[in-house]
Design a protein around this ligand. Structure first.
Ligand SMILES: [Zn+2]
Length: 332
């Protein structure tokens, strides 16, 4: 199957399908609703119901444009332009999916952003067998090793309780879609009163709709933070620190696996947990797929492709390296 790697996305010309195209196109698969993947206005859009719901609410807002939306449940194939498309869970954020494309006897899998460990909220990843795999490598270096779900959950709750017992306010730095809602879910489940920044709160309803409970959360209000845990986006921390409140910061991210994260984000406690796969998970995904041919996109592409070549695979980094120096500022 021919695969063209372009700056605006990945194109499969034989079936005219773009994968995570950042500009307007006719036919697009959207792997998940993060803004660097779900962009543009497209003629026909394929995605899971959750991804399409958030994309439409976030990108289109009031400007519905008459696009054709094809909702794809996990494991339910759709015939398309002589090929067959099937979505499988990627457990990166709510609704995130891999896409299996079967065409003339070949099986190609595009992972989008993916993790293998069980997520705090969401459907665990299925490893899909294929001939050729297009995989991300945000954390494609061996220095990245993350906690399992149970350990991450325990560390989040323990930090919150410890702070509250000392009369301090625990602040968790999350991202607006994905990690933020997961942290709120963990705190609410543990019975901890939690105030949530608006950028995170606006997506809670999608998680609630999918069956996750957030009992007792409330919108963040400047004057009413005593006795509560706060979940905020990174940009808000400077404001909180300047406000003179007695806060302690915890940073939950793949980047927290690096020692310099402490000074870079000013967090006292680092919890290395991500919605992306760590290095060992990436290797397990590649190995489990059985693919002999691997294209590595996003993040540490060339180093990870080199690791795969050393293991005898036909692996390469076909996308132009962009913004390499700022990898650590990306969501992770
Ligand atoms: Zn993402």
């Amino acid at each position: 199957m021919q695969v063209d790697f372009r700056p605006r996305g990945i194109h499969l010309p034989q079936i005219d399908l773009w994968l995570d195209c950042t500009e307007d196109c006719w036919n697009a698969w959207i792997s998940h609703a993060h803004s660097d993947h779900a962009q543009g206005l497209h003629g026909r859009v394929f995605g899971t119901p959750e991804t399409l719901g958030i994309y439409r609410a976030r990108v289109l807002e009031a400007a519905e444009n008459g696009s054709d939306y094809v909702e794809m449940g996990f494991g339910e194939p759709v015939e398309y332009h002589g090929g067959r498309l099937t979505a499988f869970p990627a457990s990166h954020i709510l609704g995130a999916a891999q896409l299996l494309i079967e065409y003339r006897g070949e099986r190609l899998v595009y992972t989008g952003d993916i993790k293998l460990r069980e997520p705090l909220c969401g459907t665990p990843t299925t490893i899909v067998s294929c001939d050729r795999l297009i995989i991300e490598s945000t954390f494609g270096l061996p220095i990245y090793r993350f906690l399992d779900r149970a350990e991450a959950r325990a560390r989040i709750v323990a930090f919150a309780r410890e702070c509250l017992d000392q009369g301090l306010t625990p602040v968790f730095i999350g991202y607006s879609l994905g990690r933020g809602q997961e942290i709120v879910h963990v705190l609410c489940e543990a019975g901890i009163q939690t105030a949530v920044h608006g950028s995170i709160a606006r997506f809670l309803r999608w998680y609630e709709h999918a069956g996750y409970a957030f009992d007792g959360w409330e919108p963040y209000e400047n004057k009413a933070t005593d006795g509560k845990a706060l979940v905020v986006v990174p940009d808000f921390c400077n404001y909180l620190e300047a406000s003179g409140k007695n806060i302690r910061l915890a940073y939950i991210s793949g980047w927290a696996a690096l020692d310099n994260a402490r000074t870079r984000v000013g967090a006292e406690v680092l919890i290395p947990y991500s919605d992306h796969a760590d290095f060992e998970e990436l290797l397990a995904l590649v190995e489990g797929s059985g693919a002999r041919e691997v294209d590595v996109v996003h993040g540490y592409t060339e180093p990870f492709a080199r690791v795969l070549r050393a293991r005898g695979l036909d692996a390469r980094a076909p996308m132009p390296e962009t913004a390499r120096g700022s990898i650590e500022t990306q969501e992770g």
